[in-house]
Write a protein that binds this ligand. Structure first.
Ligand code: BGC
Length: 346
């Protein structure tokens, strides 16, 4: 087990960005850069023992800064969407940034994901990143101190621990926005990957990708991944939800009790022989199949990134939760600690 720290790049304002590489005893490694606390790489063997990086992403800081994909980044203060960028905490109404179509707030206005986080090695297999979000940044209440720990075990689990505490009552929803491609993006899209989701329900959305409030059974729909099936099998089905989003871009409700670590997803890629298991204690997961990736960006090793070249499993509170009283809530009192764990096991 080892962790190394190296220079990665400088931000336009001169701030240095570091790369931390955690390697376990099976030679599997995870690369984390301090800009956006980004999971920049996750390298593991295929069925022939050939190492490959299963994170769709970039090899230049410029792309990390300009890309709208959020790839690998830690997202906050509110991952996913808030209707009209508005919500209430107690009796106080807040208007936050409407960074999507001038309407919705998407991924907290990219505050956490654009920041360069402080980072230290805390163990021979772990890195701790911290960020201080000032009160009112992007409109969100509270000075929030956030800690994210990436730990890679010899069981090949990349464990991400999130912790945040605010000095005012506020909403907190943190995730990691990695796009995975078990064949590596050089092998093309992920439509042949087999996906199983431990989710019997999902939350349909309106045309702005805001949940309607309905919690719909996946049974008999294209959203049924309760038994493993190819991501691409039903992606082009004649389903209003899929047509609107050009594929899957939906929150699924994870079976079992939130607050307890439980299985979220299993993905296998027959061609490469790689697999990925996801566990989390959060109530939901956004399955996003890279629908809006359009070939305009070049990723690592010169690979042009096209539609469906990666899939995301963003563990989260449901989108727009503060405006949906029936959803599991994520309002935290001043001083109350937000804590959650998500594991990606290869
Ligand atoms: C959203 C997508 C969005 C993507 C990149 C996902 O979490 O649900 O709609 O395109 O992030 O921003």
């Amino acid at each position: 087990m080892s962790v190394t720290k190296t220079h990665y790049a400088f931000m336009p304002d001169g701030t240095e960005v570091h790369l931390f590489t955690i390697t376990n005893n099976n030679e599997i490694s995870a690369g984390i850069i301090t800009k956006g606390a980004t999971l920049n790489s996750f390298t593991c063997p295929d069925k022939n023992g050939v190492m490959g990086d299963i994170i769709m992403g970039f090899d230049s800081i410029d792309n990390h800064i300009t890309s709208g994909t959020y790839t690998g980044q830690v997202i906050g203060q509110y991952a996913n969407r808030l209707c009209g960028g508005r919500f209430k905490v107690g009796d106080t109404e807040y208007q936050v940034t409407q960074n999507e179509k001038g309407k919705t707030c998407l991924h907290g206005g990219a505050e956490y994901s654009s920041a360069v986080w402080k980072a230290i090695i805390i163990d021979d297999n772990a890195v701790e990143l911290t960020y201080h979000s000032p009160d009112g940044k992007e409109g969100f209440p509270g000075n929030v101190d956030v800690t994210v720990v990436y730990r890679l075990t010899d069981r090949n689990e990349l464990e991400i621990n999130y912790k945040a505490v605010s000095d005012k009552d506020t909403i907190i929803n943190l995730t990691n926005h990695a796009y995975f491609n078990l064949g590596t993006p050089a092998a093309g899209d992920v439509l042949d990957h087999e996906l199983q989701l431990f989710c019997d329900y999902f939350t349909p959305t309106d045309a702005d990708s805001i949940p309607t409030g309905e919690i719909r059974s996946v049974k008999g729909t294209a959203f049924d991944f309760t038994e493993a099936k190819k991501i691409g099998r039903d992606i082009a089905a004649d389903d209003e939800q899929l047509i609107m989003c050009r594929g899957y871009d939906h929150n699924f409700c994870v079976n079992g009790e939130a607050g307890k670590l439980r299985p979220v997803a299993k993905v296998t890629d027959e061609k490469s022989g790689r697999k990925l298991e996801v566990m989390s204690d959060l109530p939901g997961v956004q399955l996003y199949t890279g629908n809006f990736i359009d070939g305009s960006e070049t990723g690592k090793d010169g690979v042009v990134l096209k539609q469906h070249y990666g899939f995301c499993l963003e563990t989260q509170y449901y989108p727009d939760t503060p405006n949906q009283p029936s959803f599991p809530q994520c309002t935290f009192k001043a001083g109350e600690v937000f804590k959650s764990t998500t594991i990606f096991k290869v």
